[in-house]
Design a protein around this ligand. Structure first.
Ligand code: COA
Length: 139
């Protein structure tokens, strides 16, 4: 009899995400809306922050988002988010977004930015998070 597949733990303070860009996500030039890309970044960054803190988190700040090159309908976007700094209850998350031309496989850094999340309890009050070093191991 087959033994069950062993469970593994998710990366502790980072997240990766892949999304396709459809025409509904673009402007009349056929390139992605900034707001569409921002929402994907917010999503990927929040997963990294939750994985770090193991708490609910809210976005407190979006900082220094740079749109380097346009992303077109039909492209894939690959997002990489990582917690880079931890305060008492806040976490700074760096997000890089790569535009991928699916036919060629070529990837290019399209957008990057920094987000701050705050871990909160059931009442939305800030709660302490572990330091970066303590959370860098799987558990
Ligand atoms: C974020 C929030 C929980 C902070 O609550 P607060 O009572 O102001 O908390 P505090 O002043 O005690 O700050 C808590 C931490 O958040 C950080 N923080 C609060 N506002 C911040 C901001 N705008 N940018 C960066 N960090 C911020 C503080 O520096 C502090 O960090 P530390 O604990 O690591 O030192 C609260 O402002 C909130 O709920 N905001 C709305 C969040 C939301 O709805 N996001 C979705 C946007 S649509």
């Amino acid at each position: 009899m087959d033994s069950p597949t062993p469970r593994t733990l998710a990366p502790r303070s980072s997240a990766r995400m892949l999304e396709l860009v459809f025409p509904k996500d673009t402007n009349y030039l056929g390139t992605a809306f900034g707001g569409f890309v921002l929402s994907l970044m917010d999503k990927a960054a929040s997963v990294a922050a939750v994985r770090h803190s193991r708490r609910a988190v809210v976005t407190a700040r979006m900082d220094g988002v740079d749109f380097h090159v346009p992303i077109r309908a039909g492209d894939a976007v690959a997002l990489e988010a990582e917690v880079t700094r931890v305060g008492r209850t806040s976490m700074t998350v760096r997000v890089d977004v790569y535009r991928e031309q699916l036919a060629s496989g070529e990837q290019q850094l399209a957008t990057s930015g920094t987000f701050v999340f705050v871990a909160v309890d059931d009442q939305g009050r800030p709660v302490a998070v572990p330091p970066l070093s303590a959370a860098s191991s799987p558990d």
